[in-house]
Design a binder for this molecule. Structure first.
Ligand code: GRF
Length: 221
């Protein structure tokens, strides 16, 4: 269930940790009709950039208002800087508990009026306040046909298993690992023996499916 229209009254005070490349200049800035997305990522960020570009090109009626990244120096931050997307980078070790950084993230999402959170290679489970406040508005992309091959090494695991039909899943996020209700899936056959080639194909399918799914969720809501 999507709760795009849920009103939020939370006061956030956590603006100081935003890194200073924060000028937003997507072509849609200022349009009240645009949904506001936050993307969470930990590494490369190809899905992040695919979403940003789809927004910039008007293929999704939304703007990426915030990148949340738990790893300083991750390449996704460079991608965000190139597109002028505001970025919150944090180090979990700087907080006494997971609840501490999740509460700060909730404040950032609230103050920006985020409608939908898209996890894209974010290597942490969500819990506590973040999940309870935003559950129903958080989706994830996973590089397998769930429920097969959950976890952080899905491509390698499915390749080593020798499957012949690969795929990608977009699902709602809950407290389980890759276990939330499935929204969409896309499958393709691959019978080769080159994992790098397979990875490239999976990422291409991911980008298309994630964009199509986000777009459909926005249209439906
Ligand atoms: C993708 O394969 C995604 O499905 C998984 O993590 C990877 C992130 O890739 N959750 P990228 O950082 O978007 O390139």
């Amino acid at each position: 269930m999507l709760l795009f229209t849920k009103q939020r009254n939370r006061i956030a005070n956590a603006v100081c940790s935003i890194t200073p490349h924060s000028t937003l200049h997507t072509p849609h800035s200022g349009s009240s009709k645009l949904k506001r997305l936050a993307v969470f990522a930990s590494g490369n960020g190809s899905n992040f950039e695919a979403i940003v570009e789809a927004c910039e090109q008007g293929r999704i009626n939304a703007e990426v208002a915030l990148l949340v990244c738990d790893r300083a120096g991750a390449y996704v931050c460079e991608r965000a800087a190139r597109h002028g997307v505001e970025t919150f980078v944090f180090n979990p070790k700087d907080y006494a508990s997971k609840a501490g950084y999740e509460a700060e993230i909730v404040g950032l999402l609230d103050v920006r009026g985020i409608d939908l959170v898209c996890l894209a290679g974010y290597m942490r489970m969500l819990s506590g306040e973040l999940l309870s406040v935003y559950e129903g508005r958080i989706i994830n992309i996973h590089p397998s046909l769930l429920p097969a091959f959950k976890g952080a090494h899905a491509i390698r695991d499915s390749f080593e298993y020798g499957v012949k039909v690969y795929g990608v899943t977009v699902h709602w996020v809950d407290s389980t690992m890759d276990g939330g209700h499935i929204i969409s899936q896309r499958a393709f056959g691959y019978d080769g023996d080159d994992m790098a080639e397979l990875e490239t194909r999976i990422h291409t399918v991911e980008h298309d499916l994630y964009i199509d799914t986000i777009n459909q969720l926005i249209i439906d809501n």
